[in-house]
Design a protein around this ligand. Structure first.
Ligand code: TXA
Ligand code: MG
Length: 313
């Protein structure tokens, strides 16, 4: 059910959950100070209780309730990247609700770069907001995806198609070396240049899921078998198979052949929509052209991470 920004503020203030657009993906927002409201997020998404949520703020005055703002690293990152697709894992204030942090002593914070999200959070106060999908499904990048997963009654503020299409970079700055837990549009290089330090990439952020403790939650795999292509371009295109090219121009054309012509922003924006459509159309396989060197686009590590985690082993 589509609602206005004003209605979303009222609903959040009265303890309800509302889907709101951000520049990355849609979030399912609840008042970060209301335990019962935050509990509704876990119930609706069927999210495991030990997977913590990101708190979203709209203004710097909203930060001190969640973390000590005196850190120089934090100030630099905020000045450079907020509002924007960078989530920071920080030491939490004792008053932060345990249901949000899943009992950890850290809290994840982000200021989204989207006028609707900022307006809602400015008026309703900080919100806890995971991606607005059923747990185990791809993050929603359009309002239709949310209704598909969470039902037609859920209030949604319509912001159209999300601009980035992949979730924010998650950066842990609680240790001696800043560590990327999840790659996103803001890259390790950009962060390293700003801070003048090395930035660690955790195994899960490189797409290797097996040894990483942070990836114990099932990640979305379409029903179709996702595989990287082994020869390029393919000489024949099976109709049961969806083909994704980005650099090599395919010889054929058809509804099962998608070509991004090196437009990695468009590939990131469409990836989850393609996965959802592939399931609706009952494709048995999705073949993806292997990704080139990261130098071609800053989005490549994030795209690689999301695709690699859905590749059938
Ligand atoms: O772009 C985004 O980040 C979107 C939009 C809605 O803002 N949100 C999002 O939330 O992707 P979610 O809940 O789907 O993913 C949050 C990730 C999870 O992998 C969670 O485990 C991790 O952040 N996370 C949250 N709090 C954490 C903490 N205190 N320490 C480590 N990881 C944390
Ligand atoms: Mg999510």
């Amino acid at each position: 059910m589509i609602v206005s920004t004003q209605k979303a503020v009222e609903l959040i203030q009265s303890g309800n959950v509302v889907a709101i657009p951000t520049e990355t993906v849609y979030g399912l927002a609840a008042d970060a100070a209301n335990v019962l409201a935050v509990r509704k997020i876990f119930e609706l998404k069927r999210r495991p209780a030990d997977n913590p949520l990101i708190v979203h703020v709209a203004e710097t005055v909203q930060i001190p309730a969640f973390t000590d703002i005196s850190s120089e690293t934090l100030s630099k990152l905020i000045n450079q990247f907020w509002p924007g697709p960078l989530t920071l894992v920080l030491p939490k204030q004792p008053t932060v609700l345990d249901i949000i942090t899943a009992g950890l002593d850290t809290v994840a914070l982000r200021m989204p770069d989207h006028p609707i999200a900022l307006a809602v959070i400015k008026h309703a106060g900080p919100v806890a907001a995971p991606s607005a999908n059923r747990s185990g499904r791809p993050s929603p990048t359009r309002p239709e995806h949310i209704a598909e997963d969470l039902g037609p009654e859920l209030p949604i503020v319509d912001g159209g198609v999300c601009d980035i299409g992949l979730e924010s970079t998650v950066l842990d700055i609680t240790g001696s070396t800043p560590t990327i837990l999840r790659p996103g549009k803001i890259t390790a290089e950009e962060i390293g240049d700003l801070l003048g330090t090395e930035v660690e990439r955790s195994p899960s952020s490189r797409g290797q899921t097996k040894r990483s403790p942070g990836t114990r939650y099932s990640h979305y795999k379409p029903n179709a078998d996702v595989q990287w292509m082994t020869s390029l371009p393919l000489s024949s295109h099976n109709t049961n198979c969806l083909h994704i090219y980005h650099t090599e121009k395919p010889g054929d054309e058809g509804s099962n052949i998608i070509y991004f012509n090196r437009n990695y922003e468009e590939l990131a924006r469409s990836l989850y929509d393609i996965y959802r459509t592939a399931d609706q159309k009952n494709y048995s396989r999705i073949l993806v052209e292997p990704l080139p060197d990261t130098a071609l686009s800053p989005l490549i590590p994030a795209i690689f991470n999301r695709i690699e985690r859905s590749v059938s082993q």
